[in-house]
Design a protein around this ligand. Sequence first.
Ligand SMILES: Cc1cc2nc3c(=O)[nH]c(=O)nc-3n(C[C@H](O)[C@H](O)[C@H](O)COP(=O)(O)OP(=O)(O)OC[C@H]3O[C@@H](n4cnc5c(N)ncnc54)[C@H](O)[C@@H]3O)c2cc1C
Length: 354
Amino acid sequence: MAGKGHRVALVEKEKELFKKASIVNQARLHGGYHYPRSVATAIMSDDNKQRFTEEHKSFILFEFEKYYAVDKFGSLTDAAQFKRFCRFIGIKCEPIHGHPLFNYNRLEALYLTTEYTFDPVLIGEFYKEKIKKVSNIDIFYFHKIKEVEKGSGKWNVIVQDLEDKSLKSIECVGVINATYSGSNAVNRQFGVDDIQLMHEISEIAFITSPQVDNIGLTVMDGQFGSIMPYGKSGLLSLSSVAYTHHKVSYDNLPHFDCQLVNRECTPDFTSICNFCEAKPRSNYRKMIGQMKQYYSDKVALNYLTSYYTIKSKLKANFIDDGRPTEISQLHKNPDYYCIFAGKINSIYEIEKIV
Ligand SMILES: Cc1cc2nc3c(=O)[nH]c(=O)nc-3n(C[C@H](O)[C@H](O)[C@H](O)COP(=O)(O)OP(=O)(O)OC[C@H]3O[C@@H](n4cnc5c(N)ncnc54)[C@H](O)[C@@H]3O)c2cc1C
């Protein structure tokens, strides 16, 4: 927006940007493989991948082997369907037989694919530096929206400094709500409808492995998991559909019982899970135990630490597991948009609407 000549006020509730989902994720530069039950998400990922890659080349790890595999037991998509799906959307999927690092007693099929990983921390630092240099962006860190008034063709947004409690008024012709798990809380402040969301407190574990430090494996499709390099950090991120998600809230606002312990974190103004005393105990042992079954005995997986955040999803994707980026204009003149980003590399969808 600033690049197009608009004057922008960026209101962020934390003291820093990039402390939530944009850092606590698996850093997969989605190429479509992950969504055999949502061709729309798969195609959208593949569409945006090229541009995202071009614009973030130095933050992307290209040099590693990326495998997708189908578990022999309980997969919602079998090997033949997975292969057909890859052929349908035109992405590489080469069967690999007898790889010494994997356990074929558990795998119906193993495929060599092309999928990269971006470095969320480097990307965060890049954008933090970039916006500092742009004169037409005013950043209000550690601020909350206190009140919203609608005038003719304008919003008057009163923001409060959470440190000294002082108030400021921002007059604007348009508002973009890009607060992910905070989407509905902000929508309600502007008197517009909720988007239908569900939320999960999620854990990404970080591990090392001398044998597979440059190899990624994602096991499809259901309660399985994934290990892959976390950008250029030298660490591997580990997630498991069964164990990454500790708590679930089917409300439009993220309600969790840990908010009864940490009273600062409320459904309409959630805190950073990573620093929270009330965050769930790590599931890393279960996650490692689950993923070890897919590797041969030679492979060691060593735990380092975990990151936590709230993952939010559109309720409509409960069945197909799609992660579209949904951008809705919920008010006109003055304008109000809600961007719900399902994936990092689908952010360019914004240009179709705003
Ligand atoms: C566990 C997990 C794994 C994932 N894996 C991948 C992956 O491999 N690849 C991929 O592409 N995507 C992945 N995603 C999805 C991706 O991380 C998100 O789509 C993306 O980070 C959303 O970006 P965002 O800027 O909208 O949200 P966020 O990064 O959460 O940023 C929202 C910002 O809004 C601020 N905020 C919230 N409420 C308010 C308020 N009321 N007032 C002011 N500020 C507020 C927050 O403090 C925060 O800074 C994953 C997500 C999770 C949680």
